[in-house]
Write a new protein. Structure first.
Length: 270
């Protein structure tokens, strides 16, 4: 159950830990934390995707070390046994990246969910929002890093010849085919050799919910990917790759999400 709907969350607001992981592309000039301060779901805690990633490297949203993750979650008051509901108010469905981070660091996958439709659907349904910051009590979170759920550039390059896993790119087809420049400066256009393109936007309805499982399955079939295949997801910076990973988990419940963390920000670097 990677997704929960708004009605379920409304009934269980006080039984779960709620995280607002709204993140926006720099060119939008939107600030997720400022928007959280103005409006959020009751009890939600803000998760800053930029600050809670590696800051000593010139690549966006790279996974931090396990001790830093434990400190962040302990400061947020998250416990290992907590059921987590993550939402966003972002066009790139950034909640999925936070979902992936939790699973990578060993939180029980059955306890980590994304709110289908996010804050947009919640507000459209006139459900309760607040502006007061959520008070938290620190905890002692213990992580269990699953290093097999991330690939690096060396592994991606080696796989081009041995084909142990399929690489699926969540960027637009225009970016994948090199027909438009990359939004980040210093990156060449194009894609990883032998990779497949499935734009994450094709899996999302206008109200920010995911399309049906049947339609998701059809989308993967179109690029010759079937459930239970060994797949690795990539994109520009690891955010929308996680959207594909969550979508794939809906049609292959045994699949553990695997991301090329550097994504095109690393691979396309001139």
């Amino acid at each position: 159950m990677s997704l929960v709907d708004t009605n379920w969350l409304e009934k269980n607001l006080d039984e779960v830990k709620i995280i607002d992981c709204s993140w926006h592309m720099p060119q939008t000039k939107r600030n997720g934390f400022e928007e959280y301060q103005d409006l959020h779901i009751k009890n939600a805690i803000f998760f800053d995707l930029d600050k809670n990633s590696k800051t000593d490297i010139d690549l966006p949203h790279m996974l931090i070390d396990i001790k830093s993750w434990e400190d962040i979650l302990s400061d947020m008051g998250i416990r290992n046994e907590d059921q987590i509901i993550i939402y966003d108010n972002s066009a790139v469905i950034s909640s999925c990246r936070c979902w992936y981070n939790f699973i990578y660091f060993g939180h029980d996958p059955d306890l980590v969910h994304v709110l289908d439709g996010g804050l947009k659907k919640w507000i459209n349904e006139k459900k309760q929002t607040v502006y007061s910051l959520t008070k938290t009590m620190s905890s002692n979170y213990i992580a269990n890093e699953k290093k097999e759920l991330v690939k690096d550039k060396k592994q991606i390059d080696e796989n081009i010849n041995i084909n142990k896993f399929k690489v699926i790119d969540a960027r637009s087809r225009e970016r994948f085919e090199g027909k438009v420049p990359e939004p980040r400066k210093g990156l060449r256009s194009g894609s990883i050799k032998n990779s497949f393109c499935l734009p994450f936007s094709e899996l999302i309805n206008e109200d920010h919910t995911f399309i049906s499982k049947e339609k998701i399955l059809d989308k993967f079939k179109l690029i010759k990917i079937k459930p239970d295949e060994n797949v690795v997801f990539t994109c520009g910076s690891g955010v929308t790759a996680s959207v594909l990973a969550l979508a794939y988990s809906l049609i292959d419940i045994k699949n553990m999400p695997t991301i090329y963390d550097g994504s095109w920000s690393e691979y396309g670097n001139n």
